[in-house]
Design a protein around this ligand. Structure first.
Ligand code: NAI
Length: 245
């Protein structure tokens, strides 16, 4: 059986582990050539080698680094059909305790990274007349929130606004721009930043009765990144096991 991304060239930023690792793995299984850009060199290199692609150390909040990652994909794969910008950080800090530096850092990686990566990739996609851009948003910000997530919520709600505007700008060039809003997904980052108690409470708050997995998000990313999703642009898919209902 042919994979759903056969012949496609993909870049997954924030793809060394967690949700991005799940996306990179699924894309490769569906026949895509996959490049991983991240700051976790050891995990990124190991996964890229396993998937038959390559790894490039990239801080997505730096425009020159985002440009260089995209350029290497075009150089090595001959094109870039799919961009996933999934890199994100989620510190927990109450607004009164948040320094301007931390605010700018969260906005710079989560939201700025989506802008910089999209800007870097879209010029190639427009020339090709084909592109699929998938950005990782969150239910936190656009749909729900809680104390301690001021910067994070602003960054993720911002991604949804960016998606809509970018979708209109690129719609005439065969380039779609969409996002995914994950609910609570059990990843390395989640385990590092949230207590075991939080994770247990969360499991009982999710109607489906479990935390999500990177594979759950990868399934949605695969659809948005596929040719079949041609008529879908400027929107997001919530993948949360019913949590926001
Ligand atoms: P994670 O921490 O396990 O993985 C994130 C990856 O992004 C890491 O490999 C990290 O090194 C990389 N990264 C961080 N800053 C970077 C930068 N400046 N440049 C390049 N790479 C960078 O996190 P997880 O849980 O897999 O989250 C992935 C995305 O999904 C994030 O955008 C997060 O906000 C979002 N998300 C996660 C949820 C969850 O429950 N885990 C829920 C909703 C959204």
């Amino acid at each position: 059986m042919t994979g759903r991304l056969e012949g496609r060239a993909a870049l997954v930023i924030g793809g060394a582990r967690g949700i991005g690792g799940g996306i990179a793995t699924r894309f490769a299984a569906e026949g895509a050539q996959v490049a991983i850009a991240d700051l976790e060199d050891a995990e990124g290199k190991a996964l890229a080698a396993e998937l038959g692609g390559f790894y490039r150390r990239t801080d997505v909040s730096d425009g020159a680094e985002a440009d260089a990652a995209v350029a290497e994909v075009v150089d090595r794969f001959g094109k870039i059909d799919i961009l996933v910008q999934n890199a994100g950080i989620y510190p927990w800090t109450l607004i009164e305790d948040t320094s301007a530096e931390e605010w700018h850092k969260v906005l710079g990686v989560n939201l700025g990274g989506c802008f910089l990566a999209t800007k870097a990739a879209v010029k190639h996609m427009k020339t090709q007349g084909y592109g699929r851009i998938v950005l990782t948003s969150s239910i936190t910000g656009p749909r729900v929130t809680s104390p301690g997530h001021g910067h994070y919520s602003a960054s993720k709600a911002g991604i949804n606004g960016f998606i809509r505007s970018a979708a209109i700008e690129f719609a005439g060039y065969g380039v779609t721009v969409n996002g995914i809003e994950p609910g609570n997904i059990l990843t390395e980052g989640m385990k590092a930043h949230r207590s075991a108690e939080f994770i247990k409470d969360m499991e009982s708050a999710i109607p489906v009765g479990r935390m999500g997995t990177p594979a759950d998000i990868a399934a949605a990313a695969l659809f948005l990144a596929s040719e079949e999703a041609e008529f879908i642009t400027g929107t997001t898919i919530v993948v949360d096991g019913g949590q926001i209902l």
